[in-house]
Design a protein around this ligand. Structure first.
Ligand code: LIP
Length: 267
């Protein structure tokens, strides 16, 4: 068993354990702990509890690795590997009881910077549905035990496109203007609220494309690897890597067609 397979096994085990906790807390009722960048950008007690659990299990199993989490920040390690964690991606869906949120865990090599890291393994689990998406670098992408592939190319007018919006009203207004310029050019738009699951949706053909501006590293670390391993093109605009500036995932032909329109709309 090579190191990447072992890393995936650990990520899978910990994501499932955290997912069980998250599902339990949802059933018990969810309380907001605080707001962050805006009143809409909330963190629940379950977010914090899930990340603390993940962080402690990783520290026990891999004490020399680094950690980068949405709620508790970063610790550099000495091994050259960093675990990038979103303890509950889709927090607003989780708060409202919309069964579309995820625990996302990735392990990357190099600096914990999306534009330079090499993702080695990633896991995205939806505690509400039980769906578990996984991938290792060069090992393919899976939903459960089933290998998943990006949907075949389609004309842009037939593409079902996912996207998301930021927590600042003025940013959402700009993002909505892009959607307004795009929506008549594609089959339809889906805003499902969880970047990691949107990337996994591209990986298994439930979306033809997904794009978003403003994602944080933990939002896309695992989902981007899963999408790339499914055969999707994953990156930013103009050949840049996926980052907070822009993330676009789609079958390569669809990605090129969508990027051309997006470049006109975002400038
Ligand atoms: C969410 C992302 C989603 C984005 C939301 C939010 P969070 O992450 O997964 O794609 O549109 O605004 O950023 O905050 O729930 O971890």
């Amino acid at each position: 068993m090579d190191g990447t397979t072992e890393l995936l096994g650990l990520a899978r085990e910990i994501a499932l354990t955290a997912g069980e906790l998250v599902a339990r807390r949802r059933a018990e009722g969810v309380e907001v702990a605080a707001s962050k960048s805006s009143t809409e950008d909330i963190v629940t007690f379950a977010d914090r509890e899930s990340e603390a659990l993940i962080r402690s299990l990783l520290a026990e199993a891999r004490p020399d690795d680094g950690f980068l989490g949405e709620e508790s920040g970063a610790d550099a390690g000495s091994s050259g590997l960093t675990w990038v964690v979103d303890p509950i991606d889709g927090t607003v869906n989780f708060l409202y009881g919309i069964p579309h949120y995820a625990v996302s865990i990735a392990v990357v090599e190099g600096e914990p910077e999306p534009t330079t890291w090499s993702a080695l393994a990633g896991v995205v689990v939806n505690p509400a549905s039980g769906e578990l998406f996984t991938a290792t670098a060069g090992g393919g992408a899976f939903l459960g035990d089933r290998r998943i592939r990006v949907a075949p190319p389609v004309e842009l007018s037939q593409a079902l496109v996912g996207t998301g919006f930021g927590y600042l009203a003025e940013v959402r207004t700009e993002q909505a203007a892009v959607v307004a310029g795009l929506i008549h050019r594609v089959r339809d738009i889906r805003r499902m609220g969880t970047a990691s699951l949107d990337l996994c949706a591209v990986a298994c053909g439930r979306l033809n494309a997904y794009y978003e501006r403003g994602l944080r590293p933990w939002d896309h670390a695992a989902g981007a690897l899963i999408a790339a391993e499914s055969g999707a093109s994953v990156g930013g605009l103009r050949g840049a890597p996926a980052s907070q500036a822009f993330t676009l995932a789609a079958e390569p032909t669809v990605a090129a067609r969508l990027e051309e329109v997006l470049l006109d709309l975002v400038g």
